[in-house]
Ligand binder design. Structure first.
Ligand code: ADP
Ligand code: MG
Length: 574
């Protein structure tokens, strides 16, 4: 075929494909326009997963009648004039192609009326071509109705999923905007059923209560409002206490300048903040907004604007990781034992929240009830209270009493945590105590193990492993970290190499931390070991000194708490 310019209708459809992938993309673009128009209330109606109808109604500024047709021209926007403006973009839209793209692949009607004007105007387009224009009576604001989406793009139509699946995507999109804009009231109707409604009172917590339910919200911790000391970026929102976690990452919802983004870097920052607080392979719930100077971030990476590029990604990573981590360390309380009675107490969730949970599970989200955290989660409780050791149970658990009830401490997990934090301090001070071996141990490694050992040799030596190369893949071990003095040094080192070799770890953890975790696991007291009262008191005292005493370095609980109030309820005392 000779080179030819594409006819405009073909070019338009191809371009439309980048912006309008599925019904949820239409909802996203229309909701963004409503937000940019300053709406206080946004209503979204969807029929048959958006295939039949999508209608977005807002009470924003509207469009002057003479500009209306222009809104549907490609690259027509009121939000940007020069390339320079792109540096300071504060609106969600700026590319001026959403309306053109949506109109190209549907039957679209827009009715719009400016505040103060007596009547509004209507425009109807089919496949991008204007079919009708007229005057209409309506309140100020804009109503966009998109019908027969993809009627002229059979390929797209064929790839649409079942209406329930498409509705699920739409639901998620609206949920995200409702979270990013708590001052706007959102209402989403799927086939005549209201599935989402927010008040627009400005409180993110209220939105989360409405969308995620009371059970989840009870386990959320607020990030401190003022973290400006960290950097130019402001981080705000909520993260789950370590008692609440899911098998998937998709409960981590991130916004940059209130724009929902898919950003691996930031979500990894969140996951890493939970390091040693969650079991591996489990992910927290997080709703986080990062506000940065628009010049620091490029939002024009992709037509759907769901990806961003930071000028200083490392700095963003650090700010988010620190904000989350410090909140977790400051506010995490011990895991609560859920007693029979408590389990049956129905939680006062709103009808909308109940509905939400059903919806979410219906759309394949995992809904999980976990150990419930006491109502006092919000109160900062940095350290463990002073505990009095009562005794040992099953040679595995230390039983202790605190100011608020009973604590069951897993002796192995607790000791792991203690050793881990102590070793981390020693490592930071470059003062890990070592133990010289009486007889150096000869280690014959596989070439793979040897390669890993070579790569991490400095770290290993800083952590107390004194090694000498002894020809080909053989090494001589002269010293080990002191905590390992009573274990078999060769097995310990092989264990560490095996752990370092384990590739595909979702969390690219640092080698030094992995080594420390493995060392402490080996060195910690095992279950089945009898402890004297003295030893148990010593263990608990050291645990009280820990930064994160409630979980072991693998993220499992070190202790369970049965509160005095719970006991009183169980025994029918109150
Ligand atoms: P962009 O949002 O990138 O500017 P769009 O194609 O989405 O491009 O919209 C084109 C223009 O139409 C916008 O710049 C805005 O001026 C106007 N517009 C679209 N939707 C609305 C709305 N709901 N209320 C007011 N103006 C709107
Ligand atoms: Mg737009």
């Amino acid at each position: 075929m000779p080179i030819q310019l594409l006819p405009p209708e073909v070019a338009d459809k191809i371009a439309a494909g980048e912006v309008v992938e599925r019904p949820a993309s239409v909802v996203k673009e229309l909701v963004e326009n409503a937000i940019d128009a300053g709406a206080r209330q946004i209503r979204i109606e969807v029929r048959e997963g958006g295939r039949r109808l999508i209608r977005v109604t807002d009470d924003g500024v509207g469009i002057p009648p003479d500009e209306l047709p222009l809104a549907f021209a490609r690259h027509a926007t009121s939000k940007l004039r020069t390339l320079e403006d792109l540096q300071h973009i504060r609106t969600l839209g700026f590319r001026g192609e959403a309306l053109a793209s949506i109109a190209a692949v549907s039957h679209l009607t827009m009715m719009t009326c400016q505040v103060g004007s007596s009547s509004g105007s209507l425009i109807h387009l089919e496949g991008g071509a204007q079919v009708r224009r007229s005057e209409v009576g309506m309140p100020p604001g804009t109503v966009v109705t998109v019908a027969h989406l993809f009627y002229n793009v059979p390929a797209r139509l064929k790839f649409l999923k079942a209406p329930a699946t498409e509705a699920g995507h739409i639901h998620r999109v609206v949920m995200h905007y409702a979270m990013a804009f708590p001052e706007i009231s959102f209402n989403l109707k799927l086939d005549e059923r209201v599935v989402l409604q927010t008040s627009g009172n400005g409180s993110l917590y209220d939105v989360l209560l409405e969308l995620l339910g009371a059970e989840t919200c009870r386990q959320l911790l607020a990030l401190p409002e003022d973290n400006s000391s960290f950097s130019s970026a402001q981080v705000s929102g909520y993260v789950s206490a370590p008692s609440l976690h899911h098998a998937q990452r998709d409960h981590i919802i991130l916004f940059v300048n209130r724009r929902c983004v898919q950003d691996r870097l930031l979500s990894t920052a969140v996951v890493q903040a939970y390091y040693t607080l969650l079991p591996t392979g489990r992910y927290p719930v997080a709703v986080i907004n990062v506000m940065v100077d628009p010049a620091e971030v490029d939002v024009n990476v992709h037509p759907a604007k769901s990806e961003v590029k930071f000028r200083e990604p490392q700095e963003m990573f650090r700010v988010v990781q620190q904000a989350v981590r410090s909140t977790l360390l400051a506010k995490t309380t011990p895991f609560q034992i859920t007693t029979h009675l408590e389990g049956n107490v129905s939680t006062p969730t709103s009808p909308a929240a109940e509905r939400e949970w059903r919806e979410l599970s219906h759309f394949g989200f995992e809904v999980q009830r976990t150990l419930s955290v006491d109502e006092e989660t919000e109160s900062p409780d940095t350290r463990l209270p002073m505990l009095r050791v009562l005794g040992q149970m099953a040679l595995t658990y230390v039983i202790a009493e605190g100011p608020d009830g009973l604590y069951l401490i897993d002796q192995h997990a607790a000791h792991e945590r203690v050793l881990f934090e102590e070793m981390k301090c020693q490592y930071a001070a470059a003062a890990v105590p070592t133990q010289q071996l009486l007889f150096p141990v000869l280690l014959e490694l596989t070439p793979g193990q040897a390669a890993i050992l070579e790569a991490e040799r400095t770290t290993l030596s800083q952590l107390g492993f004194e090694l000498e190369h002894f020809g080909s893949d053989t090494y001589r071990l002269h010293a080990v970290p002191e905590v390992l003095a009573s274990s078999d040094p060769a097995t310990a080192l092989r264990d560490i190499l095996a752990d370092l070799a384990e590739s595909g770890a979702l969390l690219a953890r640092r080698a030094d931390e992995r080594v420390m975790t493995t060392v402490c696991k080996r060195a910690a007291i095992k279950a089945g070991q009898s402890l004297s009262l003295r030893e148990m008191q010593e263990l608990v005292r050291r645990l009280e000194q820990c930064e994160a005493p409630c979980t072991c370095p693998h993220g499992r609980p070190t202790m369970l708490h049965l509160s005095a109030a719970q006991l009183a309820r169980e025994f029918g005392r109150i």
